[in-house]
Design a protein around this ligand. Structure first.
Ligand code: ATP
Ligand code: MG
Length: 425
Protein backbone atom coordinates (compact mmCIF):
# COMPACT_ATOMS: atom_id res chain seq x y z
CA UNK A 1 0.00 0.00 0.00
CA UNK A 2 1.25 3.46 -0.73
CA UNK A 3 2.44 5.58 2.17
CA UNK A 4 -0.58 7.58 3.40
CA UNK A 5 1.70 10.39 4.56
CA UNK A 6 3.08 10.89 1.07
CA UNK A 7 1.06 13.45 -0.84
CA UNK A 8 0.13 12.57 -4.40
CA UNK A 9 -0.27 14.81 -7.44
CA UNK A 10 -3.80 16.01 -8.22
CA UNK A 11 -5.73 13.37 -10.17
CA UNK A 12 -5.34 13.80 -13.90
CA UNK A 13 -2.24 15.97 -13.52
CA UNK A 14 0.95 14.20 -14.53
CA UNK A 15 4.57 14.45 -13.54
CA UNK A 16 6.82 14.18 -16.55
CA UNK A 17 9.91 12.39 -15.27
CA UNK A 18 13.45 12.85 -16.62
CA UNK A 19 13.36 9.66 -18.73
CA UNK A 20 10.31 10.96 -20.57
CA UNK A 21 11.26 14.63 -20.56
CA UNK A 22 13.86 14.02 -23.28
CA UNK A 23 11.04 13.34 -25.74
CA UNK A 24 9.24 16.52 -24.64
CA UNK A 25 12.36 18.62 -25.11
CA UNK A 26 12.96 17.16 -28.54
CA UNK A 27 9.32 17.77 -29.50
CA UNK A 28 9.48 21.37 -28.28
CA UNK A 29 12.63 22.00 -30.34
CA UNK A 30 11.03 20.43 -33.40
CA UNK A 31 7.89 22.54 -32.95
CA UNK A 32 9.89 25.71 -32.62
CA UNK A 33 11.79 25.13 -35.87
CA UNK A 34 8.56 24.18 -37.60
CA UNK A 35 6.40 27.19 -36.59
CA UNK A 36 9.24 29.61 -37.14
CA UNK A 37 9.74 28.24 -40.66
CA UNK A 38 6.28 29.69 -41.37
CA UNK A 39 7.03 33.04 -39.74
CA UNK A 40 4.91 32.55 -36.60
CA UNK A 41 6.22 34.29 -33.48
CA UNK A 42 6.09 33.10 -29.91
CA UNK A 43 3.72 34.63 -27.36
CA UNK A 44 3.38 33.65 -23.69
CA UNK A 45 0.23 34.32 -21.70
CA UNK A 46 -0.58 33.80 -18.00
CA UNK A 47 -2.13 30.52 -16.85
CA UNK A 48 -4.83 32.43 -14.94
CA UNK A 49 -7.35 34.69 -16.61
CA UNK A 50 -10.58 36.41 -15.59
CA UNK A 51 -13.37 33.81 -15.79
CA UNK A 52 -15.39 36.23 -17.91
CA UNK A 53 -12.86 35.91 -20.75
CA UNK A 54 -13.61 32.23 -21.31
CA UNK A 55 -17.35 32.63 -20.79
CA UNK A 56 -17.40 35.27 -23.45
CA UNK A 57 -15.02 33.61 -25.89
CA UNK A 58 -15.79 29.90 -25.64
CA UNK A 59 -19.53 30.30 -24.92
CA UNK A 60 -21.64 29.90 -21.77
CA UNK A 61 -23.30 26.68 -22.90
CA UNK A 62 -20.27 24.76 -24.08
CA UNK A 63 -18.95 21.67 -22.29
CA UNK A 64 -15.78 23.52 -21.38
CA UNK A 65 -17.47 26.46 -19.67
CA UNK A 66 -20.37 24.49 -18.22
CA UNK A 67 -18.40 21.72 -16.57
CA UNK A 68 -14.69 21.60 -17.34
CA UNK A 69 -13.20 24.83 -15.98
CA UNK A 70 -11.13 25.20 -12.82
CA UNK A 71 -12.70 28.43 -11.62
CA UNK A 72 -12.43 30.01 -8.21
CA UNK A 73 -12.78 33.24 -6.37
CA UNK A 74 -9.56 34.97 -5.35
CA UNK A 75 -9.77 34.84 -1.56
CA UNK A 76 -8.02 38.19 -1.21
CA UNK A 77 -10.10 40.37 -3.51
CA UNK A 78 -13.02 38.26 -4.70
CA UNK A 79 -11.97 38.28 -8.39
CA UNK A 80 -13.40 35.42 -10.46
CA UNK A 81 -10.46 33.57 -11.96
CA UNK A 82 -10.03 30.49 -14.16
CA UNK A 83 -7.06 28.31 -15.03
CA UNK A 84 -6.96 28.54 -18.81
CA UNK A 85 -8.72 25.62 -20.53
CA UNK A 86 -7.34 26.65 -23.94
CA UNK A 87 -5.12 29.35 -25.38
CA UNK A 88 -7.02 31.14 -28.13
CA UNK A 89 -9.05 33.41 -25.84
CA UNK A 90 -5.92 34.47 -23.91
CA UNK A 91 -3.93 34.98 -27.09
CA UNK A 92 -6.61 37.28 -28.53
CA UNK A 93 -6.96 39.07 -25.19
CA UNK A 94 -3.21 39.68 -25.00
CA UNK A 95 -3.06 40.87 -28.62
CA UNK A 96 -5.83 43.38 -28.00
CA UNK A 97 -4.54 44.52 -24.63
CA UNK A 98 -1.15 45.31 -26.18
CA UNK A 99 -2.50 46.65 -29.49
CA UNK A 100 -0.62 44.03 -31.52
CA UNK A 101 -3.33 44.06 -34.15
CA UNK A 102 -3.15 47.77 -34.77
CA UNK A 103 -2.66 47.89 -38.56
CA UNK A 104 -0.72 44.65 -38.47
CA UNK A 105 -2.00 41.11 -38.70
CA UNK A 106 -0.15 38.69 -36.44
CA UNK A 107 1.02 35.14 -36.82
CA UNK A 108 1.50 33.85 -33.27
CA UNK A 109 2.13 30.58 -31.47
CA UNK A 110 2.28 29.42 -27.87
CA UNK A 111 2.80 26.22 -26.01
CA UNK A 112 1.94 25.25 -22.48
CA UNK A 113 -0.34 23.73 -19.89
CA UNK A 114 -4.14 23.86 -20.15
CA UNK A 115 -6.61 22.76 -17.49
CA UNK A 116 -9.95 21.00 -17.86
CA UNK A 117 -11.88 19.14 -15.21
CA UNK A 118 -12.57 16.00 -17.24
CA UNK A 119 -12.61 12.32 -16.35
CA UNK A 120 -8.96 11.28 -16.63
CA UNK A 121 -8.25 8.43 -19.05
CA UNK A 122 -5.64 7.63 -21.68
CA UNK A 123 -5.14 10.77 -23.77
CA UNK A 124 -7.41 12.86 -21.56
CA UNK A 125 -5.98 14.63 -18.53
CA UNK A 126 -6.88 17.52 -16.25
CA UNK A 127 -3.63 19.27 -16.89
CA UNK A 128 -2.52 18.72 -20.46
CA UNK A 129 -0.36 20.61 -22.91
CA UNK A 130 -1.09 22.24 -26.20
CA UNK A 131 0.81 23.92 -28.97
CA UNK A 132 -1.46 26.63 -30.35
CA UNK A 133 -1.03 28.56 -33.57
CA UNK A 134 -3.12 31.66 -34.36
CA UNK A 135 -3.21 33.99 -37.35
CA UNK A 136 -5.05 37.13 -36.27
CA UNK A 137 -6.30 39.62 -38.85
CA UNK A 138 -6.41 37.30 -41.86
CA UNK A 139 -9.66 36.59 -43.70
CA UNK A 140 -8.75 34.57 -46.78
CA UNK A 141 -8.74 30.81 -47.35
CA UNK A 142 -5.00 31.12 -48.03
CA UNK A 143 -4.34 31.29 -44.29
CA UNK A 144 -6.65 28.33 -43.58
CA UNK A 145 -4.65 26.41 -46.18
CA UNK A 146 -1.34 27.57 -44.72
CA UNK A 147 -2.30 26.22 -41.31
CA UNK A 148 -3.42 22.87 -42.69
CA UNK A 149 -0.21 22.58 -44.72
CA UNK A 150 1.74 23.43 -41.57
CA UNK A 151 0.14 20.55 -39.71
CA UNK A 152 0.79 18.15 -42.58
CA UNK A 153 4.43 19.19 -42.54
CA UNK A 154 4.70 18.57 -38.81
CA UNK A 155 3.25 15.07 -39.12
CA UNK A 156 5.83 14.36 -41.86
CA UNK A 157 8.63 15.74 -39.69
CA UNK A 158 7.53 13.54 -36.80
CA UNK A 159 7.13 10.50 -39.05
CA UNK A 160 3.43 10.17 -38.20
CA UNK A 161 1.70 8.69 -41.20
CA UNK A 162 -1.69 7.55 -40.06
CA UNK A 163 -3.27 10.90 -39.22
CA UNK A 164 -6.18 11.94 -41.41
CA UNK A 165 -7.72 15.34 -42.00
CA UNK A 166 -11.40 15.97 -41.45
CA UNK A 167 -12.76 19.20 -42.80
CA UNK A 168 -16.02 21.10 -42.59
CA UNK A 169 -17.40 24.57 -42.89
CA UNK A 170 -19.78 26.10 -40.38
CA UNK A 171 -20.67 29.07 -42.57
CA UNK A 172 -21.27 32.50 -41.12
CA UNK A 173 -23.50 33.66 -38.30
CA UNK A 174 -26.60 34.16 -40.48
CA UNK A 175 -26.36 30.70 -42.02
CA UNK A 176 -25.89 29.20 -38.58
CA UNK A 177 -28.95 31.08 -37.33
CA UNK A 178 -31.09 29.74 -40.21
CA UNK A 179 -29.72 26.25 -39.63
CA UNK A 180 -30.32 26.51 -35.91
CA UNK A 181 -34.00 27.33 -36.39
CA UNK A 182 -34.41 24.35 -38.73
CA UNK A 183 -32.48 22.05 -36.39
CA UNK A 184 -34.57 22.99 -33.36
CA UNK A 185 -37.78 22.43 -35.24
CA UNK A 186 -36.53 19.07 -36.61
CA UNK A 187 -35.41 17.80 -33.20
CA UNK A 188 -38.63 19.08 -31.59
CA UNK A 189 -40.58 16.95 -34.04
CA UNK A 190 -38.57 13.95 -32.86
CA UNK A 191 -38.15 14.90 -29.21
CA UNK A 192 -39.09 11.38 -28.08
CA UNK A 193 -35.83 10.12 -29.61
CA UNK A 194 -33.53 12.62 -27.89
CA UNK A 195 -31.39 11.52 -24.96
CA UNK A 196 -31.05 13.65 -21.82
CA UNK A 197 -27.98 15.49 -23.05
CA UNK A 198 -29.62 16.36 -26.38
CA UNK A 199 -32.85 17.45 -24.68
CA UNK A 200 -30.83 19.77 -22.46
CA UNK A 201 -29.04 21.23 -25.49
CA UNK A 202 -32.10 21.48 -27.72
CA UNK A 203 -32.64 25.18 -27.18
CA UNK A 204 -29.25 26.26 -25.87
CA UNK A 205 -26.83 24.68 -28.35
CA UNK A 206 -28.63 22.38 -30.84
CA UNK A 207 -25.58 22.23 -33.14
CA UNK A 208 -23.77 20.22 -30.48
CA UNK A 209 -26.45 17.50 -30.67
CA UNK A 210 -24.93 16.63 -34.06
CA UNK A 211 -21.71 15.81 -32.25
CA UNK A 212 -23.38 13.21 -29.99
CA UNK A 213 -21.65 9.85 -29.73
CA UNK A 214 -24.84 8.08 -28.57
CA UNK A 215 -25.44 5.19 -31.06
CA UNK A 216 -29.20 5.35 -30.44
CA UNK A 217 -29.35 8.83 -31.92
CA UNK A 218 -27.18 8.35 -35.00
CA UNK A 219 -30.04 7.70 -37.43
CA UNK A 220 -31.84 10.82 -36.26
CA UNK A 221 -28.66 12.89 -36.57
CA UNK A 222 -27.88 11.61 -40.08
CA UNK A 223 -31.24 12.81 -41.34
CA UNK A 224 -31.02 16.23 -39.64
CA UNK A 225 -31.01 19.45 -41.72
CA UNK A 226 -27.52 20.12 -43.07
CA UNK A 227 -25.67 23.33 -42.37
CA UNK A 228 -24.03 22.95 -45.80
CA UNK A 229 -27.45 23.61 -47.40
CA UNK A 230 -27.66 27.00 -45.68
CA UNK A 231 -24.27 28.41 -46.66
CA UNK A 232 -24.22 31.70 -48.54
CA UNK A 233 -22.08 32.29 -51.62
CA UNK A 234 -19.14 33.93 -49.87
CA UNK A 235 -18.74 31.11 -47.38
CA UNK A 236 -19.12 28.51 -50.12
CA UNK A 237 -16.49 30.21 -52.25
CA UNK A 238 -14.14 30.40 -49.25
CA UNK A 239 -14.53 26.67 -48.68
CA UNK A 240 -14.05 25.82 -52.36
CA UNK A 241 -10.95 28.00 -52.61
CA UNK A 242 -9.46 26.27 -49.57
CA UNK A 243 -10.11 22.87 -51.10
CA UNK A 244 -8.47 23.97 -54.35
CA UNK A 245 -5.28 24.88 -52.49
CA UNK A 246 -5.33 21.59 -50.61
CA UNK A 247 -5.70 19.68 -53.90
CA UNK A 248 -2.79 21.59 -55.37
CA UNK A 249 -0.65 20.43 -52.45
CA UNK A 250 -2.06 16.90 -52.60
CA UNK A 251 -3.41 17.07 -49.07
CA UNK A 252 -5.97 14.31 -48.60
CA UNK A 253 -9.04 15.09 -46.52
CA UNK A 254 -12.52 13.96 -45.81
CA UNK A 255 -15.42 16.37 -45.54
CA UNK A 256 -17.27 15.62 -42.34
CA UNK A 257 -20.52 17.59 -42.12
CA UNK A 258 -20.84 16.54 -38.47
CA UNK A 259 -17.63 18.21 -37.42
CA UNK A 260 -18.90 21.12 -35.31
CA UNK A 261 -16.21 21.64 -32.63
CA UNK A 262 -16.90 22.15 -28.96
CA UNK A 263 -16.16 25.85 -28.80
CA UNK A 264 -18.67 28.45 -29.92
CA UNK A 265 -16.27 30.85 -31.56
CA UNK A 266 -15.67 28.92 -34.77
CA UNK A 267 -17.15 29.88 -38.15
CA UNK A 268 -16.47 28.86 -41.75
CA UNK A 269 -13.53 26.43 -41.89
CA UNK A 270 -13.16 23.89 -39.11
CA UNK A 271 -10.84 20.90 -39.15
CA UNK A 272 -9.54 18.06 -37.03
CA UNK A 273 -6.59 15.77 -37.49
CA UNK A 274 -7.51 12.31 -36.30
CA UNK A 275 -5.14 9.44 -35.59
CA UNK A 276 -6.46 6.14 -36.80
CA UNK A 277 -5.02 4.23 -33.83
CA UNK A 278 -5.39 6.31 -30.65
CA UNK A 279 -8.66 4.70 -29.62
CA UNK A 280 -11.31 6.97 -28.17
CA UNK A 281 -9.04 10.01 -27.76
CA UNK A 282 -8.09 10.15 -31.43
CA UNK A 283 -8.12 13.86 -32.26
CA UNK A 284 -4.58 15.15 -32.03
CA UNK A 285 -5.16 18.61 -33.45
CA UNK A 286 -8.17 20.80 -34.07
CA UNK A 287 -8.87 24.28 -35.30
CA UNK A 288 -10.48 26.58 -37.77
CA UNK A 289 -11.65 30.09 -38.36
CA UNK A 290 -12.97 32.41 -35.65
CA UNK A 291 -13.83 35.62 -37.44
CA UNK A 292 -16.13 36.95 -34.71
CA UNK A 293 -13.95 36.35 -31.67
CA UNK A 294 -11.76 39.43 -31.75
CA UNK A 295 -14.79 41.71 -31.79
CA UNK A 296 -16.52 39.57 -29.17
CA UNK A 297 -13.61 40.14 -26.79
CA UNK A 298 -13.79 43.88 -27.36
CA UNK A 299 -11.50 44.51 -30.33
CA UNK A 300 -12.12 46.06 -33.69
CA UNK A 301 -13.67 43.41 -35.92
CA UNK A 302 -10.97 41.27 -37.56
CA UNK A 303 -10.94 37.78 -39.01
CA UNK A 304 -8.71 35.05 -37.63
CA UNK A 305 -7.86 31.37 -37.83
CA UNK A 306 -5.91 28.97 -35.67
CA UNK A 307 -5.47 25.48 -34.31
CA UNK A 308 -4.24 23.67 -31.24
CA UNK A 309 -2.69 20.25 -30.84
CA UNK A 310 -2.56 18.02 -27.79
CA UNK A 311 1.08 17.28 -27.00
CA UNK A 312 0.34 14.21 -24.82
CA UNK A 313 -1.63 12.57 -27.62
CA UNK A 314 1.08 13.21 -30.21
CA UNK A 315 3.83 11.93 -27.92
CA UNK A 316 1.73 8.84 -27.18
CA UNK A 317 1.70 8.10 -30.92
CA UNK A 318 5.45 8.55 -31.13
CA UNK A 319 5.96 6.29 -28.12
CA UNK A 320 3.70 3.64 -29.64
CA UNK A 321 6.01 3.79 -32.65
CA UNK A 322 8.81 2.85 -30.26
CA UNK A 323 10.40 6.28 -30.16
CA UNK A 324 12.53 6.89 -27.09
CA UNK A 325 15.18 9.48 -26.60
CA UNK A 326 18.02 8.52 -24.34
CA UNK A 327 19.08 11.44 -22.14
CA UNK A 328 21.93 13.52 -23.59
CA UNK A 329 25.11 11.62 -22.59
CA UNK A 330 27.63 13.13 -20.22
CA UNK A 331 31.06 13.84 -21.63
CA UNK A 332 33.07 13.83 -18.44
CA UNK A 333 32.72 12.54 -14.87
CA UNK A 334 35.22 14.25 -12.56
CA UNK A 335 36.54 12.23 -9.66
CA UNK A 336 38.67 13.64 -6.86
CA UNK A 337 40.07 12.78 -3.46
CA UNK A 338 41.55 15.12 -0.90
CA UNK A 339 40.88 18.76 -0.13
CA UNK A 340 43.35 20.19 -2.63
CA UNK A 341 42.12 17.81 -5.30
CA UNK A 342 38.54 18.98 -4.72
CA UNK A 343 39.55 22.63 -5.05
CA UNK A 344 41.33 21.85 -8.29
CA UNK A 345 38.58 19.54 -9.63
CA UNK A 346 35.84 22.15 -9.32
CA UNK A 347 38.01 24.61 -11.29
CA UNK A 348 38.75 21.93 -13.88
CA UNK A 349 35.03 21.08 -14.22
CA UNK A 350 34.06 24.74 -14.76
CA UNK A 351 36.82 25.09 -17.32
CA UNK A 352 35.62 22.01 -19.23
CA UNK A 353 32.09 23.48 -19.29
CA UNK A 354 33.52 26.71 -20.70
CA UNK A 355 34.49 24.59 -23.70
CA UNK A 356 30.97 23.24 -24.22
CA UNK A 357 31.41 19.88 -22.51
CA UNK A 358 28.78 18.20 -20.33
CA UNK A 359 30.45 17.56 -17.02
CA UNK A 360 29.37 15.91 -13.80
CA UNK A 361 31.55 16.79 -10.83
CA UNK A 362 31.37 14.08 -8.19
CA UNK A 363 29.93 15.39 -4.92
CA UNK A 364 29.60 13.90 -1.43
CA UNK A 365 33.02 12.21 -1.24
CA UNK A 366 33.65 8.45 -1.18
CA UNK A 367 36.63 6.27 -2.11
CA UNK A 368 38.21 6.36 -5.56
CA UNK A 369 36.75 2.90 -6.16
CA UNK A 370 33.17 3.90 -5.38
CA UNK A 371 33.53 7.11 -7.39
CA UNK A 372 34.84 5.09 -10.36
CA UNK A 373 31.78 2.84 -10.13
CA UNK A 374 29.53 5.91 -10.30
CA UNK A 375 31.52 7.24 -13.25
CA UNK A 376 31.02 3.95 -15.11
CA UNK A 377 27.31 3.90 -14.31
CA UNK A 378 26.92 7.49 -15.51
CA UNK A 379 27.68 6.45 -19.11
CA UNK A 380 30.04 9.41 -19.44
CA UNK A 381 32.70 9.05 -22.14
CA UNK A 382 35.62 10.02 -19.91
CA UNK A 383 36.61 10.15 -16.28
CA UNK A 384 38.99 12.88 -15.17
CA UNK A 385 40.76 11.75 -12.01
CA UNK A 386 42.42 14.12 -9.54
CA UNK A 387 44.22 12.92 -6.40
CA UNK A 388 47.22 14.14 -4.43
CA UNK A 389 49.64 12.87 -7.11
CA UNK A 390 47.83 14.72 -9.87
CA UNK A 391 47.67 17.98 -7.91
CA UNK A 392 51.40 17.74 -7.16
CA UNK A 393 52.39 16.96 -10.76
CA UNK A 394 49.90 19.32 -12.43
CA UNK A 395 48.76 16.43 -14.64
CA UNK A 396 45.23 15.00 -14.49
CA UNK A 397 44.47 11.37 -15.31
CA UNK A 398 42.12 11.15 -18.28
CA UNK A 399 40.48 7.74 -18.52
CA UNK A 400 38.27 6.79 -21.48
CA UNK A 401 35.32 4.85 -20.06
CA UNK A 402 34.44 3.02 -23.26
CA UNK A 403 37.78 1.42 -23.98
CA UNK A 404 41.25 2.86 -24.56
CA UNK A 405 44.32 3.70 -22.53
CA UNK A 406 44.31 6.29 -19.77
CA UNK A 407 46.70 9.21 -20.24
CA UNK A 408 48.09 12.11 -18.22
CA UNK A 409 47.10 15.59 -19.41
CA UNK A 410 47.95 19.05 -18.10
CA UNK A 411 44.94 20.65 -16.40
CA UNK A 412 44.70 23.52 -18.86
CA UNK A 413 45.05 21.22 -21.87
CA UNK A 414 42.15 18.95 -20.81
CA UNK A 415 39.29 20.68 -22.70
CA UNK A 416 41.12 20.68 -26.02
CA UNK A 417 42.33 17.10 -25.57
CA UNK A 418 38.86 15.80 -24.66
CA UNK A 419 37.20 17.61 -27.55
CA UNK A 420 39.85 16.18 -29.88
CA UNK A 421 39.22 12.63 -28.66
CA UNK A 422 35.43 13.11 -28.98
CA UNK A 423 35.86 14.27 -32.58
CA UNK A 424 37.97 11.19 -33.37
CA UNK A 425 35.00 9.13 -32.07
P1 ATP B 1 -12.02 16.27 -27.27
O1 ATP B 1 -13.12 16.15 -28.28
O2 ATP B 1 -11.01 15.14 -27.33
O3 ATP B 1 -12.51 16.56 -25.89
P2 ATP B 1 -11.68 19.07 -27.68
O4 ATP B 1 -12.50 19.35 -28.88
O5 ATP B 1 -12.23 19.36 -26.35
O6 ATP B 1 -11.16 17.55 -27.72
P3 ATP B 1 -9.81 21.19 -28.27
O7 ATP B 1 -10.37 22.14 -27.30
O8 ATP B 1 -10.07 21.41 -29.70
O9 ATP B 1 -10.23 19.71 -27.85
O10 ATP B 1 -8.25 21.06 -28.03
C1 ATP B 1 -7.32 20.76 -29.07
C2 ATP B 1 -6.58 19.48 -28.79
O11 ATP B 1 -6.10 19.45 -27.46
C3 ATP B 1 -7.42 18.23 -28.89
O12 ATP B 1 -7.54 17.82 -30.22
C4 ATP B 1 -6.61 17.24 -28.08
O13 ATP B 1 -5.53 16.73 -28.85
C5 ATP B 1 -6.07 18.11 -26.98
N1 ATP B 1 -6.89 17.95 -25.76
C6 ATP B 1 -8.08 18.55 -25.49
N2 ATP B 1 -8.50 18.21 -24.26
C7 ATP B 1 -7.56 17.38 -23.75
C8 ATP B 1 -7.40 16.71 -22.50
N3 ATP B 1 -8.28 16.82 -21.52
N4 ATP B 1 -6.29 15.95 -22.31
C9 ATP B 1 -5.36 15.83 -23.28
N5 ATP B 1 -5.45 16.45 -24.47
C10 ATP B 1 -6.52 17.22 -24.71
MG1 MG C 1 -13.11 18.21 -24.89
Amino acid sequence: MSNPLLLQAVRGMNDILPDEAGLWLWFEDTVRDWVESYGYRNIRMPLLEPTALFKRAIGEVTDIVEKEMYSFEDSLNGDHLTLRPEGTASCVRASLQHSLLYNAPQRLYYSGAMFRHERPQKGRYRQFHQVGVEALGFSGPDIDAEQILMCARLWRKLGLRDITLQLNTLGDIEARQRHRVKLISYFEQHCGLLDADATRRLHSNPLRILDSKNPAMQELILAAPKLMDELDDDALRHFEELQKILHRHEIAYEINPRLVRGLDYYNRTVFEWVATRLGAQATVCAGGRFDGLIEQIGGKSAAAAGFAMGIERILALLQEDGMTLPPAPLDVYVIHQGEMAYDMSSLVAENLRDFGLRVLLHCSGGSFKSQMKKADASCARFAVILGDNEVRSGLATLKPLRGGEQIQVEFDALPVKINELIKQG
